[in-house]
Structure formats: C-alpha cells, structure tokens
Design a binder for this molecule. Structure first.
Ligand code: BG6
Length: 481
C-alpha cells in the first residue's frame, strides 16, 4: 500500500562515490529482489546530466552478468535525475516535488558529497524535503570525513543534531558492514571457550592491521588533507578495536551494543606520539621496468608533504579487563599485500617444559579480507617419529567451510540496514566523539611539529621501526603477519 513506497535520493550523484559504490550497490540490491517493492531512485547534483549519462559512468562498476540486461533496464527506468544547486532552496523544492510525485512517503538521503556542502545541503533537506505524516520516515546517510578533529567533528555533530534526531542519522563506517567484523560479536559471545581467556591474564597483545597494495591513485589531493590516521585508523581500525575489547552488551540491540562500544572507548587515553610510527611510501626505481610512483610523485600531492601514508599506534584500554595490554593499530597504503586482520596473541605458556624457544605463543587470527577466515595458531607434536613440537593451525577458512555462500559487499548490507531501520552497524555521535578525542592531540601535534615520516618502498612491508614498536609492545613476530 501507500505506506510501503520508498525513494532513495543520492546527493552528489555525479561524483566518484555515487558512480563506484552507491549506484552499483543499489543495482545489486534491486537485482537480488532485496529492496522493498515500490522503491525508486533520484540522483541530485549540480551538473546538467541525464540518467543515461549516469548509466554510462556507473555501468562499468555494476558487474552486470549475461541475462540481467532487462532487469538493468527496469532498474534505470526507476531512476530519475535532477540538477540543482546545493545552497539554494529551489533545487530542493524541485527534488521534493519529484519525491512526492513518486508517492514516496519514506525517504532515504545518501550524502555522497564533499564535506564543504554538508551544512547547506542538510539545512535545505530539513527545510524542504522531509517526509510528512505520522507513519513515514526520513533517514540521512552520512559518509566520512566527519570533520578532521574533535572540534570540527563536534561542530558538524551539533549542526546535524539541531536538524535531525539521532534515529534519523546513519553514519557509515563501511568496515562495520564486513562479514568478519560482524562475526566478532558471535565469536566472542556465542562461544564458551573465549570469555575466560579474553583479558589481561591471557592475552599479551592485539594487533589490528589494514594493508593495501596500492597508493593514492590520483586521490592524493583528498588524501593529503587527511592522512592515513584519519582515513583508516581513527575510524575502521578503532571500530574493530571497540568490538574486540568491549564488554558483553545486555542484548544485541543497537543501543545496548553502542553503549558498550562507547564505554570501552572512554577507557582509552589519547594516543601519544612516542607510541606511534609514521611512514610515507617512496617509488621503487630499480631500472628493471617495474617502477612505481612514490607518494610525492603524485601530481595532486603538494610538494614536500609530510602526510603519513602508513601509521602504527599503540593504544591502551585502562580498565580492569585490559590494563597494560597493548592494542596495536597498523595501517598503510602501497604495501606488499591487501590484508585486514585482527591478531590476538596470547601470553607465553607458564612453566614451559619444552626445549627453550620451541614453544611459540598461541594466536587467534580473524582475517577480515581477503579470504575471510578464523584460525588459531597452536603447538602440536610434530607428527610421526619425531618427538619435537611445531606450530600448526586450527583453520576455519570460509572458502572451504562455507563454499558457495555469497558474501554481500559491505555497502549492500549497510544500505539494507538503513531501509530496515537498524542502526547496529552505524556509528553513534558519542562513539564518534570518543574516536576523535583519542586521536586529536596526536593529530594536532603532528600538524604542529611536522615530524618527517619514515620512507618505505612501495610494495614493502612498511618501515622496520613499526616492527620494532610491535616487539617492544609484547607482540612476538611469527613470520606471517
Ligand atoms: C576507505 C578509505 O574508507 O577505505 C580508503 O578512505 C581505503 O583509503 C578504503 O582504500 C579501504 O576499504 P576496503 O573495503 O577496500 O578495505
């Protein structure tokens, strides 16, 4: 009936994010029949364009298969495009009229926009485009950057809070849409074996890593203003940390979970520069033809920039469970591989009776990507006649165990959640506040003192100083991280 129709509006429809992520995601959800019936789509941006222009831009990212062509036609028939400015109300009045013509009482607005226009756009949405009627809703999806430090983030937060209720705001951190990040709750709280050892008595250190095998790829202009700490560490890695370290929530409800995440973040003091290693990649010029560009070779990066493209930080959670356990966040671009994982290293075996140095620490690894897996490194007697011992694994690689299960993209899950009204996997404003509180003093100090990042070669494991920092913080290198 009337109550079930939805209009999904992409603000910034001509941009990169819309083209590469949002339109393709909407298409996959539509193709798989997951969206509510009677959902239609409106793109909005400043450029004069048509739906056909959008289609030309976005189709290369949609992975359309043979046999899906007519479905794709249907999808684009449900699309409309409106050109209008971000700072005047006329465009938004036209947008509102179009939404009403589609009969859409329920409205989703995706802000795929540069932060410089957030305030104007949200003011106009509030003034002109909100849904009317009691059993209808409006939901606003916001993307990072949520400011660039505590002050600017607080400013944006109060601006949004004056316009919308927290239940209307969906702050995306797409790592919360990843299978293995969502699995952390079940792994921790659905298994008896972990809870008694999930603390400072048994855990020596936790390393949460993000590695990417490519550099800024023309995105240098954007990246240089933020750097890897704001781009990945303060959001994606800290979100994972909070799920690894939080106490068990009283229920799986969004507020209960987010209360626990905030609580654990509150126990983390600001990161100190002495617990940080910063790096910046340089090109490889070996004269053999496989040369790579350094960060400073990117023409969109300002000359002499000291923006880090690699960072390792050690954080501490000052509570009864974790006091003294280093939580090491490590992330970098232009490294040797694509990998995101959580590595929980357990304490040495007390009263070890085996040959000195033979017994290695247990490790529980949660591999977020690629090839989702949970595995446990453990000691085994070397099989056969040998009497020695060796390190082996209990290995739950998803591709073997759950062969053929389709893993949705993070954006597919999260956009579905917005339709359903589930905020579990979205960042609440107080979480955001705590995340900035933890990193702002460090970011300010870096901005002021401009420490020179340590150069590392494109395609390497990053600066050796990072490994040294890990060793100093009770992480025993086992050769595979
Ligand atoms: C984004 C960062 O949030 O995450 C990018 O801005 C990074 O710099 C990306 O490349 C990584 O996401 P994923 O899902 O490919 O690991």
């Amino acid at each position: 009936g009337h109550g079930s129709s939805h209009v999904f509006v992409i603000l910034g429809a001509s941009g990169d994010l819309a083209k590469k992520k949002i339109y393709p995601t909407l298409w996959w959800l539509y193709r798989d029949g997951l969206l509510p019936k009677k959902t239609s789509f409106i793109g909005y941006a400043r450029s004069k364009m048509t739906v056909a222009d959008i289609r030309n831009k976005t189709e290369p990212f949609m992975k359309v298969q043979k046999g899906e062509e007519s479905k794709l036609e249907e999808f684009f028939k449900l699309n409309q495009y409106i050109a209008g400015s971000y700072d005047k109300t006329e465009g938004f009045a036209a947008l509102n009229k179009a939404i009403e013509q589609k009969g859409g009482p329920n409205r989703l607005f995706y802000l795929a926009l540069p932060p410089s226009v957030y305030e104007q756009v949200t003011l106009n949405l509030k003034a002109v485009c909100m849904s009317k009627g009691n059993d209808t809703w409006t939901r606003i999806i916001v993307e990072k950057p949520f400011g660039r430090d505590l002050e600017s983030s607080n400013h944006l937060s109060s601006h949004l809070a004056a316009l919308f209720k927290e239940e209307e705001l969906y702050r995306i951190d797409h790592y919360l849409g990843k299978e293995m990040v969502q699995n952390l709750m079940v792994l921790r709280f659905g298994n008896r074996i972990f809870s008694p050892i999930w603390n400072r008595e048994s855990i020596a250190s936790v390393v949460i890593s993000f590695k990417e095998p490519f550099g800024t790829q023309g995105r240098g202009g954007y990246f240089d203003e933020f750097g890897i700490i704001r781009d990945v560490m303060q959001n994606h890695l800290l979100q994972i940390l909070s799920l690894v370290a939080m106490e068990k929530p009283p229920s799986t409800g969004a507020e209960d979970i987010r209360n626990e995440k905030v609580k654990v973040l509150k126990s983390i003091p600001p990161v100190l520069l002495k617990n940080v290693v910063l790096g910046q990649y340089v090109g490889k010029k070996d004269g053999k033809g496989d040369e790579t560009q350094g960060y400073l070779d990117d023409p969109t990066v300002p000359k002499g920039s000291v923006t880090p493209t690699f960072a390792t930080s050690v954080l501490f959670v000052k509570n009864e469970r974790w006091d003294g356990v280093p939580f090491i966040l490590r992330c970098g671009k232009a490294l040797n591989e694509r990998k995101a994982e959580v590595r929980i290293q357990f304490q040495d075996v007390p009263g070890d009776i085996f040959q000195e140095g033979e017994v290695k620490r247990n490790e529980l690894v949660i591999r977020v990507q690629p090839d989702e897996a949970v595995y446990m490194k453990m000691m085994m007697k070397t099989p056969g006649m040998s009497i020695g011992c060796e390190e082996s694994e209990l290995d739950l690689t998803y591709d073997n165990r759950y062969k053929g299960v389709k893993m949705p993209d993070a954006y597919e899950r999260l956009i579905m959640d917005v339709f359903m009204g589930s905020q579990i996997h979205f960042v609440r404003s107080d979480e955001l506040y705590e995340a900035w509180r933890i990193f702002t003093p460090l970011l300010k100090q870096i901005e002021k003192e401009k420490p020179k990042p340590i150069p590392y070669v494109y395609g390497s494991r990053g600066p050796q100083e990072s490994d040294a920092l890990l060793r100093k913080n009770s992480f025993h290198y086992t050769g595979t991280y």
